[in-house]
Design a protein around this ligand. Structure first.
Ligand code: C5P
Length: 235
């Protein structure tokens, strides 16, 4: 009685945009601010969870009262997430992970010379896919599996792509950012999302603060994961 809804739960949230280095002073990144992931971490903390925030490059400092693990690149983020997966009750992947990284990382600053230069990129691991593969890797083995939520920024055929991603990456929910709406998306303080489960659209949240969106998402996660408000291992 009186316990917070996520008391006794361990959750991992990823945030920010990964940086993929070319040399000691140059890298490739994206426009992610980390604000949605920070809001998710903050909301989970305030709802009573033990929060681990795995973050890449972000605008501003991470919230207090959470365990912060800094992972600049996708490769480092993958290792940090996989290492902690077995002990988590939920994993929410709000980070914008670069799909490609430079094939080669130069130890010293690259020198200018030729008029043109070609950069070869190679695919990064898909962390959400790796989590999905891990969860189903030994069927029949009663391995404890966290509840897994992915994000998706889509501009066309949002529902089809979200459901495809959900199935392919074997996640429990996919949160699709509605990037077509004004004041929504990268760097903004508000967001608008459609949340998809295996059966289709399960929650539509119109434009509101990322903090409020985060609270609604945790309510949904607790509900779908069957977490009792009393906390602990259930039954
Ligand atoms: O395929 P797409 O990048 O749209 O999928 C988005 C979801 O997958 C996000 O939750 C994102 O964090 C995750 N992702 C990942 N590793 C990647 C690419 C995306 O974990 N290399």
């Amino acid at each position: 009685k009186g316990k917070k809804p996520l008391a006794g739960r361990k959750v991992l949230v990823t945030a920010g945009g990964t940086i993929e280095r070319l040399d000691p002073v140059r890298y490739i990144t994206n426009d992610s601010s980390g604000k949605m992931g920070f809001a998710l971490a903050e909301a989970a903390r305030d709802l009573g969870a033990d929060v681990t925030l795995v973050c890449a490059r972000t605008d501003g400092p991470p919230p207090s009262g959470v365990t912060v693990v800094r992972t600049p690149s996708a490769g480092e983020m993958l290792a940090a997430v996989m290492e902690r997966l077995p002990e988590m009750d939920a994993v929410v992947k709000a980070a914008a992970v670069a799909d490609y990284r430079p094939a080669e990382r130069h130890e010293n600053k690259m020198k200018k010379g030729a008029e043109t230069m070609t950069l070869t990129l190679v695919r990064n691991p898909d962390i959400l896919q790796e989590i999905g593969n891990w969860r189903y890797s030994d069927e029949g083995n009663p391995r404890r599996s966290p509840f897994v939520v992915g994000f998706a920024a889509e501009t066309t055929d949002v529902e089809r792509h979200a459901l495809d991603k959900l199935a392919r990456k074997r996640a429990d929910l996919i949160v699709a950012n509605d990037v077509s709406q004004e004041g929504v998306g990268f760097g903004a303080d508000s967001n608008a999302v459609n949340v998809y489960g295996a059966e289709g659209l399960v929650l539509a949240l119109d434009r509101q603060s990322k903090r409020r969106i985060a609270e609604r998402l945790w309510q949904l996660i607790a509900d779908r994961a069957g977490w009792k408000p009393s906390g602990g291992e259930g039954v």
